[in-house]
Design a protein around this ligand. Structure first.
Ligand code: NAD
Length: 314
């Protein structure tokens, strides 16, 4: 039986449509959720991500705003801007695009964002809330993976799950979400001594390493669900030929575009899976949709908090 492809692009479209409808509902009460993105410098990849975030939020009816700052902006200036955004009631979501220049302390900046407006879910308060299973703003990429699983009817409770990668933005929150959902979770990383020994046991295998083709078929359990978070760019014909032996279609795409995006699974692994997310068109498609979802969630949560402070139940 061939493996089911988990179509991230279709799921992202579904989520965006739900966000659009929710924005319409909120508008009836005079609420327009607002997202402000802060970009420092002119890194081409960051500019593309930021443009696409602002464009999508405008399409869905959110009030979106982009603040672009020169590469030499000081940490103090950036902190002042964040303070202003924290105090601005029209701003529900604040996103500081990473990476930041070296002279800025990224941790200090992320911690300066009001946790209730932290739509990236990187503030320690949100990390803590997620860990103890409280309602919180959850990092977009792992939250997107949970949506894929939920919407495709893939149960997690009681499953043997392996997370490869332990970054603060993907691996750690992903493993916490799986744990909170009742899975048994092993987290592997660069220092893991025998990676295949873990991955071969996984009924659900989530990989976020940035190492193209790290997971080969011999490392995959028959019938496993494979979630590929990796986004890696192949730049040479030799790399493409090695990654996709005997695949003229992929070579043709490479020749047309000059590069090819691939994930952390070797494509031959899919043959052993019951379902998998492709690259591109899998998890990557969900991140912006989940950012939009988080902005609306922040708008709702902030108003609920305020209502409680003004006179609601303690
Ligand atoms: P990172 O570099 O911060 O972390 C990589 C992790 O992989 C580390 O914990 C490291 O220990 C582990 N690792 C590296 N080599 C390994 C090996 N040989 N064996 C086992 N573990 C190994 O990366 P990140 O920010 O978590 O991103 C990981 C990948 O996911 C990248 O390809 C990135 O582009 C992609 N990503 C995609 C999205 C999205 O879909 N929108 C979002 C974030 C990251």
């Amino acid at each position: 039986m061939s493996a089911r492809v988990l179509d991230g692009t279709a799921i992202a479209a579904e989520i965006k449509e739900e966000v659009r409808r929710e924005v319409e509902t909120l508008a009836q009460s005079g609420i327009v959720p607002g997202l402000t993105v802060v970009l420092v410098g002119s890194d081409p990849a960051s500019e593309i991500y930021v443009r696409s975030k602002v464009k999508t939020s405008a399409e869905l009816g959110l009030a979106s705003n982009l603040i672009t700052l020169g590469i030499d902006v000081s940490q103090a200036e950036l902190l002042n801007i964040l303070q202003r955004l924290n105090d601005d009631d029209a701003v529900d979501g604040i996103l500081v695009q990473l990476p930041l220049p070296r002279h800025i302390d990224t941790r200090a900046i992320l911690e300066a964002v009001d946790p209730d407006k932290d739509v990236d879910g990187f503030h320690p308060v949100n990390v803590g809330r997620l860990t103890i299973g409280q309602e919180s703003l959850v990092p977009c990429t792992p939250a997107g993976v949970m949506e894929v699983l939920r919407r495709q009817g893939i149960a997690v409770r009681g499953k043997d799950c392996v997370m490869v990668g332990r970054s603060d933005i993907v691996g750690k929150p992903m493993s916490t979400l799986l744990l909170n959902a009742g899975a048994t979770v092993a987290v592997c990383h660069k220092e893991t001594r025998d990676l295949p020994d873990y991955t071969r046991r996984a009924e659900l295998l989530v990989v976020a390493t940035g190492v193209p083709g790290l997971i080969t078929p011999d490392m995959v359990r028959e019938g496993a669900v494979l979630i590929d978070v990796g986004i890696n760019r192949l730049d040479t014909r030799a790399q493409v030929e090695r990654f996709f032996p005997d695949n003229p279609a992929k070579l043709a795409t490479f020749q047309k575009r000059g590069s090819l995006l691939v994930g952390d699974f070797a494509p031959q692994s899919y043959a052993k899976a019951s379902a998998y997310t492709p690259v591109p068109g899998g998890v990557g498609a969900l991140t912006i949709a989940m950012l939009m979802h988080n902005t609306v969630k922040a708008a709702r949560m902030r108003r609920r908090l305020r209502a409680a402070a003004v006179g609601g139940p303690a």
